[in-house]
Design a protein around this ligand. Structure first.
Ligand code: FPP
Length: 232
């Protein structure tokens, strides 16, 4: 029997990919090298998730607060994203992966917005894994953006179900499992609405060192969690 035998696979796994900077620092490398390595880790995990038949994988790539970082570091993250979309599109299509982005996309560079459009358009008919990259994203911003969309209409009240339709990707199911790497025990303004009943999994492993085995371990732990959604 396998060490991490799975009998229940979650529908949506979300990841806060934390610890790239520390990974680089420990090696005496510039922080952006951690992001480069982190992008490679993400590729491996995406392939693994798609092979196991996961339906939704979302990742926190850049928050609305990350603009406070040094320009050099931001430039590397942004160019990794453009490079990623431009060079991996065929692989995504081959794997039937639908690429989607969520966040305040209209505030990103023209170049990145163009790549995002291209990536989303090219993969829009893929019906394997939905791969969501949150970019210039924060949970509070998503809620405020939803409220502002609602205020443009003439509603006087709203239900939970209706509110959901104003989120960035209305059809995205709530994450069943959130993984955060690098030992930080916080949500950091990530998917505040969607995480209401999500199971949380924290590991000390830094994101660039996060392996397929670590991912499997998180899914293994998840399947023994008892989810009651507020009932008994
Ligand atoms: C958190 O580590 C990581 C980020 C803010 C950026 C994540 C970006 C990538 C993995 C690259 C994105 C690429 C693609 C293709 C989606 P940190 O810098 O906060 O690390 P620290 O806490 O150790 O400083």
């Amino acid at each position: 029997m396998g060490k991490y035998k799975l009998f229940k696979i979650p529908n949506h796994v979300s990841i806060i990919m934390d610890g790239n900077g520390r990974w680089a620092k420990r090696r005496g490398l510039p922080r952006y090298e951690g992001h480069r390595q982190g992008a490679k880790t993400l590729e491996n995990i995406l392939k693994f998730a798609s092979d196991m038949g996961l339906k939704w994988l979302s990742v926190f790539a850049f928050s609305t607060e990350n603009w406070n970082r040094p320009k050099e570091e931001i430039d590397v993250i942004m160019s990794l994203l453009v490079e990623y979309i431009n060079t991996k599109l065929n692989k995504l299509l081959e794997r039937n992966i639908r690429l989607r982005f969520m966040g305040r996309i209209d505030k990103l560079s023209e170049e990145l917005q163009k790549s995002i459009k291209k990536g989303e358009e090219a993969t829009k008919n893929c019906n394997g894994l939905n791969f969501v990259i949150t970019l210039n994203y924060s949970g509070r911003a998503e809620i405020i953006d939803a409220v502002n969309k609602i205020l443009k209409g003439d509603r006087k009240n709203i239900t939970l179900e209706e509110f959901q339709k104003y989120l960035y990707i209305p059809e995205m199911p709530e994450p069943d499992l959130l993984i955060r790497t690098s030992g930080e025990l916080r949500i950091s303004n990530y998917m505040l609405w969607e995480l209401a009943y999500t199971e949380l999994y924290f590991t000390d492993v830094l994101w660039p060192d996060f392996s397929e085995e670590e991912f499997l371990k998180a899914l293994y732990v998840y399947q023994f969690r008892e989810r009651r959604f507020g009932s008994v």
